[in-house]
Design a protein around this ligand. Sequence first.
Ligand code: PMV
Length: 357
Amino acid sequence: MADVYEKTTTAPVNIAVIKYWGKRDTSLILPTNSSLSVTLSQDQLRSKTTIRASKDFKTTRLWLNGVEEVNLENNKRLQACLRSTRLLRKEYENSLSSAGHLNIPPLSEWNLHICSENNFPTAAGLASSASGFACLVYTLAKLFELPTSITDLSRIARQGSGSSCRSMFGGFVAWEMGNNADGSDSQAVQVASETHWPELEALICVVSDLKKATSSTEGMQHTVNTSELLQYRISKVVPKRMHDIEAAIHARDFKKFAEITMRDSNQFHAVCMDTFPPIFYMNDVSRAIIRLITEYNNSGDGTYKAAYTFDAGPNAVIYAPKKNIKEIINLLAHYFPSTLDSNKEYFNDHACLFSAE
Ligand code: PMV
C-alpha cells in the first residue's frame, strides 16, 4: 500500500448575472435568493489545487499561492468542506470493506497537505474564493475517489464560499436557494453547457485591484439587517428574473440576457446603497463604464451590443457577442487609457475570458 496519495485539479471563476446577496443561514451558507452565473474559460482564470494524503503527515496544512500558510484552526468554512468530504470518504471506505474489498487506504483519517494557487491576482475581486473552494472540494472528491455527483459536491463547496457552488459546473449555472433548513436542497445545477452559446464572451476590466473595504460576508449581513429594498428584491424581483434569464439563455437572446444582467447588477448595487450606513462598491470609473456601455448600446440598431455587471467591487465584467469585443476594447482604451495602462499586461492577456471554443 502506497504511503502518499496525490491529486491535482483546476476550477474556473464564475461571474453572476443574477447576484447572490444575503444569507438566511450564515453557518450553512444558505442564500436569501437564487442566483445564476456564467462560468469563465479555465484557460485564463482558474484556481489549481494539489492535495496529498499521507499517514505520515502530522497535521493538515494549506498553502495559498505557494507562500502563505493558512491557519486552518480558525477557518470554519474550510473545516466544513474537509469534514463533509472526509465523512463521504469514510462511508465509501465502509461500503467497500463490507463488499469484501481489502486494503482500502483509510484516507478519511489521514492528514492532508493542500497547495492552492490562482493564475490571477487573488486580491483583485475576481471571485477567487469561488474558484478556490470549488477546486478544493473537487480535488478532495477525486483524491477520495468519491462516487458523488457534482450537484451533491456543490452543496459542500457552498459551505466554503456560497458562489463557489456555481464554479462546480461549466457553462450557465443556477444556484437554487432551496427551502430546507439543513441546506439539503441549496445547490448548483447546470442550466446550459459551455458549448451552448459560443458567441458569448466576457471581458474583465480591472478598475482597481485593491482589497475591498467591506467584505462580501460583512456586506451581506449588513444588507440583511438594514436594507428594506432587499425584501422587495428577493420576493418580487429575483424569482421572475431567474425564470426570464434562463429562457433568454436557452434562446440565445442577447438583448434579453443583457437587459436582465444590467438591471440585476444595478439593483444589487442599489440594495447596497439602501443599507444604513450605506455601502458603495462601485467607484467613478465603474459608473463611467456603465455610461459608456449605455451609450454604446444606444448607438446600435435597437439590439444591445454589450452588458455590464459589477460584483462587490469596482471591477466591470462585460458580456458581449464575440464580434463586438474588439470594438469594446478600443472604446475602453480610448476613454480609460490610464485604467487600461496600469493593468496593461493583465488586460492584454485576459481580454477575452469566456470562450466556449
Ligand atoms: O460567495 P461570496 O461570499 O464571495 O459572495 C459573492 C457575491 C457576489 O459576487 C457579489 C455575487 C455573486 O452571486 O457572485
